[in-house]
Design a protein around this ligand. Structure first.
Ligand code: PHE
Length: 458
């Protein structure tokens, strides 16, 4: 590492920084559309259970590995055992693949911000507005380029701290505003007697359960909590020994889950009330299609103001995440090839733009290109979340179980106080690889069109 390893000032510093990386488009954009697609309430329930068992255990393991070794992913795995170094490399590939398409969606956020700033809520709420926008080559490339350049500028000038500080203020505002918007949705649905959407989102209905509910909830868990890609290891390496690792993990988890839940509450019931149950399958465009309609219902003036404020906040949440993605890629390349930081940033910017290009064009001129029947953005999303991350997670669990042994992690956690859920951790870390392997196999079969239609359906 070129930079000296600094450490977070205290628990709050650690939790806020890790939450800054964790809370982002994963919660606001990805969670609602997956929840809509994969069963609503049952998805929520499965996600919650996975999050407090498996997500918690993997997060504790990663932070502990980072804090124990004082190194980021590649160095950390190497220090644990030379033979494990490849896991660090594999983990490092993931942020490099996520950053490009993450920035495409970041671009969509900027586009919508400009729409609300130019008082166009009525237009944006029209059917087909979003599809028109993403189908337009010039527009989608322009906003993608703006978002990724913004991220690069922050990383290039090393002003991450500045953005983090701003977002520390923005984040609580985002929570408050999300509660307000979610309340608006619930109340207006209630007044109109439209309970179908709310009940779809909040009431677990086992008839909607399928193996894909678990597959997608698991992928979402990695993505949203920034797990299985070495990021929490890096954050852990900056964590002081006296800070409670266990309660920090709980807090990040709680924060992350809370924001995702609220985002779902804003979006899922609304889709049902505007477009009926068929609208639930809209996929990646769901948030952008639905929210303008919600804002439009608030009236022209309020709608534009709330929309603009909301998208500014989302932009900051997205930026703190994309910065942590780019920072990870930059520091890995820098460590490995000893290239100057500024040049590295430019290389990563160029590379990410090139890799992101197909994702940006995949809804328009390249819509014919459909790897495994998916649009290109969804393909990258699938590759990282449903294939690579489970592999890295399996390998991380195996390293903990058979190379360093769970007691090493438990000892590290215990440095900062008794590890209350050590029993849960010990059970999960052994069960997880098996569960993950099953999920991985199902995900791959599904992608190749071998569906398990009736399997595991109640
Ligand atoms: N967790 C972030 C989100 O929910 C995405 C992300 C993944 C950020 C990996 C950093 C690293 O949006």
């Amino acid at each position: 590492m070129k930079k000296e390893r600094s450490s977070f000032t205290g628990k709050l510093g650690f939790v806020l920084a890790a939450a800054g990386s964790a809370v982002g488009l994963g919660n606001l954009w990805r969670f609602p559309y997956l929840a809509a697609q994969h069963g609503g309430g049952i998805f929520l329930l499965v996600y919650l259970i996975l999050s407090v068992t498996f997500g918690f255990s993997l997060m504790v393991a990663e932070i502990a590995i980072g804090r124990k070794t004082g190194l980021s992913a590649i160095g950390a795995f190497n220090k644990l055992n030379k033979k494990c170094t490849f896991i660090g490399y594999l983990a490092a590939v993931i942020p490099a693949l996520i950053l490009p398409y993450y920035s495409v969606i970041g671009g969509w956020v900027i586009k919508y911000l400009t729409v609300f700033l130019s008082v166009n809520v009525a237009e944006a709420s029209r059917e087909g507005y979003f599809d028109n926008f993403i189908g337009n080559t010039g527009q989608s490339l322009l906003f993608f380029a703006i978002f990724i350049s913004l991220t690069a500028i922050v990383v290039l000038f090393g002003v991450e701290k500045g953005v983090e500080n701003v977002s520390k203020v923005m984040m609580p505002v985002l929570v408050v505003l999300s509660i307000g918007i979610a309340a608006f949705v619930c109340i207006s649905n209630g007044i109109q007697g439209k309970w179908e959407g709310l009940s779809y989102y909040l009431k677990p209905d086992f008839s909607h359960f399928s193996i894909m509910t678990v597959v997608s909830a698991m992928g979402q868990l990695f993505y949203s909590m920034s797990l299985a890609m070495g990021i929490m290891i890096t954050y852990g390496s900056y964590m002081k020994k006296e800070v409670s690792l266990e309660s920090s993990a709980h807090q990040i988890e709680f924060f992350d889950m809370g924001i995702a839940f609220l985002a779902g509450l804003m979006i899922v019931p609304s889709v049902v009330s505007y477009s009926g149950i068929e609208g639930l399958n809209k996929g990646p465009g769901l948030m952008f299609d639905t929210l303008p309609k919600v804002f439009n219902d608030m009236g022209a003036v309020t709608g534009n103001i709330v929309g603009a404020v909301f998208f500014v906040l989302v932009l900051f949440a997205a930026l703190t995440s994309s910065i942590s993605l780019m920072e990870t890629v930059v520091s890995i390349i820098q460590d490995k090839f000893h290239i100057e930081r500024k040049i590295t940033c430019l290389i990563v910017l160029g590379g990410a733009f090139a890799i992101g290009l197909p994702s940006a064009l995949g809804f328009g001129v390249w819509s014919e290109v459909a790897p495994l029947g998916m649009d290109i953005l969804t393909f990258f999303d699938f590759l990282t979340n449903s294939v690579l991350m489970p592999i890295v997670a399996i390998l991380t669990c195996l390293t903990v179980c058979y190379v360093i042994k769970p007691k090493t992690v438990i000892e590290e956690v215990s440095v900062s106080g008794r590890f209350k859920l050590a029993w849960l951790f010990k059970v999960m870390i052994y069960i997880a690889p098996v569960l993950l392997l099953i999920i991985l196999v199902f995900a791959i079969f599904e992608a190749f069109g071998i569906t398990f239609g009736g399997l595991l359906k109640f």
